[in-house]
Design a protein around this ligand. Structure first.
Ligand code: SF4
Length: 432
């Protein structure tokens, strides 16, 4: 997989389409890879290898002691089987499809300097003999369900593919599919080539603004992977505005302050809640409506709270990293050492000394894991010998938004369980 990204990348397009200055605001911040991104990269290379083998390309199986697992093998198989199904069905439609794996596509005629790498492009004919382009994307993540419906990343890949190869089969229909096996998500969206081209034309001015860093910052769920997030003023103001609007009565607080300092010449009274400056939490807040908040109000602010919570985490991570890794002073704070556990410095010497002094039973025995058994015996033998002893207990209950693809749990028939809160998706996967 090539590790080169355009400024207006397809994978970040939702962000720059909604918040045009974001790509330029991010420029000063390093693009730090996460362990999830590295695992995703390995999984993609396994997908590429499996498809390459099917296509009789000369390919080498990627190796990784860190990331290879039965599960990675299984999820890449799901993608492989879907992709092969698409190719074979085009063959049944009476054509020899053009299959391009990890193909660089250029959409710079729509977004300045825009290009990206599509996991898989299949060009051929549909059941009615019309030209068909199918763009397929593999997602290894499990943090957030990715829907293909009007997905700008997929549409930009498709625009690039149409531009580069659409003439080969006179493509009239564009089909796009996201395969996200860890969430049992196979999501397909289809449009005509003309509709896709019209959408491309419609975003041209937005892409130009984004390239030039113009427009207004606009927070939303697309902020998730924005590198400017910890220092984004729009995010900070959104968080503070929510606190002001929903919980605090700043007019009352300021009126109280005004009463305290009635004879002070500097006392300022803000005009409204929204124009009042935010003050650090050394002030005692005055709550709008003492009492309890009904579920209807709480649920209305949940999506914003989820985003703000992710922003707060990113601020703490950024400030801590600046202070600890770059010695940037943070007024009012200092660096200290956390608690640590005692460790042996030389395990062999520990064992030798203990034995010399007559101590035995120094080791514990542990059963190997289910996956290790499967590796040891092979899947078939494992199922044959141990299959009857394998069960899959129900997962932990979680509250998620309605558009999550998983079916709702029937609580009336579910034994009591602990629940987890709305997951903070930040940091659980890569953007691409
Ligand atoms: S974090 Fe700020 S700059 Fe980045 S996308 Fe969100 S609003 Fe825009």
């Amino acid at each position: 997989m090539p590790d080169v990204h355009a400024l207006l990348s397809a994978s970040s397009s939702k962000r720059w389409l909604h918040c045009t200055p974001s790509v330029r605001l991010e420029e000063g911040f390093p693009n730090e890879s996460s362990v999830y991104a590295a695992e995703g990269t390995f999984a993609h290379s396994l997908c590429e290898f499996k498809l390459g083998k099917y296509l009789h390309h000369r390919v080498t199986r990627p190796q990784s002691d860190e990331f290879y697992s039965e599960e990675i093998d299984q999820i890449t198989d799901v993608y492989y089987e879907f992709a092969v199904g698409v190719i074979e069905s085009m063959k049944r439609n009476g054509c020899e499809p053009l299959v391009l794996v990890e193909e660089r596509v250029d959409y710079s005629h729509i977004a300045p300097s825009g290009f990206g790498t599509a996991d898989l492009l299949v060009l051929g004919r549909d059941e009615d003999g019309r030209g068909l382009l199918h763009v397929i994307d593999f997602k290894a993540g499990k943090g957030v369900y990715v829907d293909c419906d009007h997905n700008s990343q997929m549409m930009l890949y498709a625009i690039g593919a149409l531009h580069g190869y659409g003439f080969i089969y006179d493509v009239q229909t564009v089909r796009m599919t996201i395969v996200q096996p860890r969430l049992d998500n196979v999501s397909t969206f289809e449009m005509t080539a003309d509709e896709l081209k019209a959408w491309g034309e419609s975003i041209k001015p937005i892409a130009k603004m984004a390239f030039e860093g113009k427009g207004e910052q606009h927070p939303g769920d697309w902020c998730r992977f924005c590198r400017a997030k910890p220092v984004c003023r729009a995010c900070a103001e959104e968080a503070m505005a929510l606190a002001r609007d929903e919980f605090l009565d700043l007019d009352a607080a300021l009126a109280a302050e005004g009463a305290e300092g009635a004879d002070g010449a500097d006392t300022q009274v803000a005009e409204t809640d929204l124009t009042a400056p935010y003050k650090a939490d050394t002030d005692t807040p005055v709550f709008k409506q003492p009492g309890l908040i009904p579920m209807s109000e709480l649920s209305a602010i949940l999506p914003t709270l989820n985003r703000i919570s992710s922003w707060i985490d990113s601020v703490f991570a950024y400030v801590s990293s600046e202070a600890i890794n770059h010695a940037v002073p943070v007024p009012g704070y200092k660096i200290v050492e956390g608690r640590s556990k005692r460790v042996f410095t030389d395990t062999k010497a520990v064992v030798d000394t203990a034995i010399q002094n007559g101590y035995t039973d120094l080791y514990k025995q542990q059963l190997i894991t289910l996956t290790e058994f499967e590796k040891l015996m092979g899947k078939k033998k494992f199922n044959e010998l141990l299959g009857e002893y394998v069960a899959k207990p129900p997962g932990k209950l979680a509250l998620v938004p309605l558009d999550d693809p998983r079916p709702p749990v029937d609580l009336a028939n579910t034994p009591d369980q602990e629940f987890s809160v709305l997951p903070d998706p930040a940091g659980t996967e890569d953007e691409g």
